[in-house]
Each structure stands twice: as structure tokens, then as C-alpha cells.
Design a protein around this ligand. Sequence first.
Ligand code: COA
Length: 259
Amino acid sequence: MYNTLLTQTENGTCIITINRPDKMNALNKDVIEELGAALDEVYNNSEIKSVIITGAGEKAFVAGADISEFLTLDAAGGAELATRGRVLVFDKIENCPKPVIAAVNGFALGGGCELAMACHFRVASANAKFGQPEVNLGLIPGYGGTQRLTRLIGQGKAMELLMTADMIGADEAKALGLVNHVVPMEELLTKAKEILQKIHTKAPLAITKIIACVNEAADGNHHSFDHEIVRFGECFMTEDMKEGTSGFLEKRKPVFKGK
Ligand code: COA
């Protein structure tokens, strides 16, 4: 169905694998377009309850935007490339009403690190490496890297990584809060699936509201506390809230319907 992606849905989790292993799964125009389409499917298909984004092979998650597309660009072309990526892919991942996890299976550099950071959270294989090497090319990140890295690991560490182009390993990424779990490569997808299966047992409308509230907090939205209160109130109007609270009081497991 796609030229640059593999997609497969099992137990409600859609696994999107970026599949250009000979080019370290670099994000060229085709990958961006196809990721956009795959994410539209995630939004529209009610059988998909969550997403894992990963890379093909055991070497790279994504080694960045495709550098071979850069040489001919001018200021407008560069901004256009970044904007298309943002609209088609990065904003859709961040604002996805269903949980999206990055399963980082190797190099996550430049646009690859940015792609992982746009996901709601990250798990990594022990060989994963993270970095923003754009300054090596006379560039800066354009898919939100300066913003999301600062939010995730703080200003000082973000400044250092962005200015030095240093790569860090999975354990350091975990210590910094960039990834939540580090597991052996062969357990990477299993770990991500396990976390998502747990989330699937919770009330889906509440999960969607969690994503929106936490994103607003990370954005520094001045009304985020007010919006949390509004969304909290909205939960009381759902069937799932009645099911969840009655289940607790009746000492039984709730069965949520997403209503
Ligand atoms: N864009 C386009 N092509 C890329 C790429 C990228 N971001 N990253 C890797 N590739 C290509 C290489 O050009 C090479 O293609 P070729 O076989 O046709 O020559 C192929 O992928 C394999 O990469 P190679 O560099 O030979 O592998 P390696 O194991 O020696 O090194 C990396 C792996 C990831 C360290 C190295 O490829 C690299 O530094 N990539 C660029 C990272 C980067 O700067 N990203 C930010 C972009 S803004």
C-alpha cells in the first residue's frame, strides 16, 4: 500500500515502520507524504486504538531528514519543507487523540530525534542513539527539535546537545528523560505493545483528554488549568465515567466503550 512504510494493525495497535533501511530510514518527501496518509488512517479508523512508530532494520530508527533533498533549497523552500512536515506529520502525531509511542530501534538523529520527540512518549532499544547534528550541516532543526528537546530535557542540556551535535546513548537519554524505558532490541516492540495494551483497558475519551491537557502544559498555554477543569467536567457526561466509578464501587473491572 505504501512505498516507504510498512503498516500492520494487531490488537488495536497500528505499527508504522519507516522502511528505507538502505538510507537509514531518512525522511524524504515520500516518507513525509505517506506518514501523513498513515496518520489520517489512524485518526479515521475506529479499529485503531494506538500507534507505534519505528524504523526498519536494527541500525536506524530515522537518521534525519533526507540530506540529499537540501542542496537546492532557498529560504522559502526550507521553510516550506519544514511546514509541510509539521502539518502532515509532526502536529498530527502530537495532537493524535490516540496514544502514539516511538519505538526507537537505532539512530534517531536530526528529524529522527524530532519524530521520536513528537510522539507522546518513547521506548528505546539498548543500541539507540539520539542527537541533533544539524549544526554539522550549517543548519538547525526544523521539525520542532529546538522546542521539544528543551521541554523534554531542559534548557541547559538542550543547548549543549544542539550546539555540540553530540550523540547520546539510550541510557543517557533515559537519565535525561528523553526516553521512558530502555530494553534489549528483541524486546522493543513487545515492550511498546505491552504499554499500549494496558492503556487500551482505560477509558479512551479520558486518554484523549489526557493527551490534550499534557500537550497544553508542555506548550505553556496560559489557560491549560482552566481547560483541564473543562475537560474534567466533560468526563462526567460520558458513559465510561459512570461505568468506571460504578465498577470501582461494585468491586468489578470496568468495561469501557469510548462513549
Ligand atoms: N539523509 C540522506 N541519506 C542518509 C541520511 C540522511 N539523513 N543518513 C544516512 N543516509 C544514507 C547514507 O548517505 C548512505 O547512503 P549510500 O549507501 O547511498 O551512500 C546510507 O544512508 C548509509 O549511511 P552511512 O553513513 O553509510 O552509514 P554509517 O553506519 O556509516 O553511519 C550515520 C550512520 C547515521 C551515523 C550516518 O549515516 C549519518 O551521520 N547520517 C546523517 C545524520 C544527520 O546528519 N542527520 C541530520 C539531518 S538534518
